[in-house]
Design a protein around this ligand. Sequence first.
Ligand SMILES: Cc1cc2nc3c(=O)[nH]c(=O)nc-3n(C[C@H](O)[C@H](O)[C@H](O)COP(=O)(O)O)c2cc1C
Length: 365
Amino acid sequence: MRTPNLLSPLTMRDLSARNRLWLPPMCMYCVPGDDGAVTDWHVVHYASRAVGGFGTLIVEATAVTPEGRLSPNDLGLWEESQVEGHHRIVDAVHAAGALAGIQLGHGGRKAGTPPMRPREKGARTSTIEGWELLAPSAVAYPEHAVPTELDETGIDHLVEAFTSAARRAVEAGYDIVELHGAHGYLIHEFLSPLSNFRTDSYGGSPQGRRRFLLRVVQAVRQAIGEEKVLDVRLSATDWADGGLTGQDTVELARQLAEAGVDILHVSTGGNVPAQVPAGPGFQLPFAAQVKEAVAGTRTQVVGVGLVETAAQAEQALVTGQADAVAVGRAALRDPYLPLRWAADLGVRSWQEAPWPIQYWRGTWH
Ligand SMILES: Cc1cc2nc3c(=O)[nH]c(=O)nc-3n(C[C@H](O)[C@H](O)[C@H](O)COP(=O)(O)O)c2cc1C
């Protein structure tokens, strides 16, 4: 039987993921203290999804500075003492045969909100009182506090914070560093004309608005070296009049490919509260657009967003919409999703499916 595309290896630089299924970053909101430190829950959660067959896992949004946390219960990598906990996640994920990546981010004007709790579906959260908000412009996200506009020194400090966190991620053993450039957080706020009203060299034109991200990319690439995979997550569109469009993202994608970015992880939205027209695979056309834009470079594209069946994921790969597919919420419900999807795609032998060898007796019927 032909190996399904979804189960064929994905090569990134010198690394090879065993398949093309990614666990996208998903905040667990469960750090109990104020220290951003990894807990046993994180280790168990990520290890379970690695045992469940994902080829690549991206650990949730991890803050590069304390005020950059999206909620007080987020992970951080802003100081050395936080490295050891991440080491535990990486070791557990590697032991189960998957690659480990981490998403580094800063919440910008949307930082410092209480985490969403059960039964609060759709509830708006606003800024925790006293939380320091930093952003490209002093314009609030609706119902949040007004952020302080970053000056040049503040921008330099944040470029350095991303770079140091990336260095710590390498120390912890991560294979992939993903920069959070999506969902209305700091990097996206710089990119979007809906949140960046600067008139200096960090705003004013698409190139100006891209400057912060391009500086971070350049510094992080240098810090992590040539062996590690550099990934940028983008919101390809703001889904709003006057906001970023797929065409803006196509141009940015080409620049990021040139700057040595290996993976573009294509999401959408988050910078305005407007309703996103979500449906099965709703973001995949944007991934396809980006993939076309970077054709001929070594940059590869991960598609994401309501991909909830094996057939749908395989179709996205076979038709060339993406090089890999990330599956989020469905994998919260089922850590063994990749193993079940392998069976759905007709893989019957344990050698071909991504079952851990320790479980092979359980694959007999
Ligand atoms: C609980 C939860 C937490 C999330 N946290 C993050 C995050 O930390 N960083 C990020 O870029 N996206 C985050 N997302 C978005 C997911 O990575 C993903 O893009 C989104 O859920 C769409 O994929 P899906 O339809 O397969 O779930 C989160 C989603 C959920 C459900």
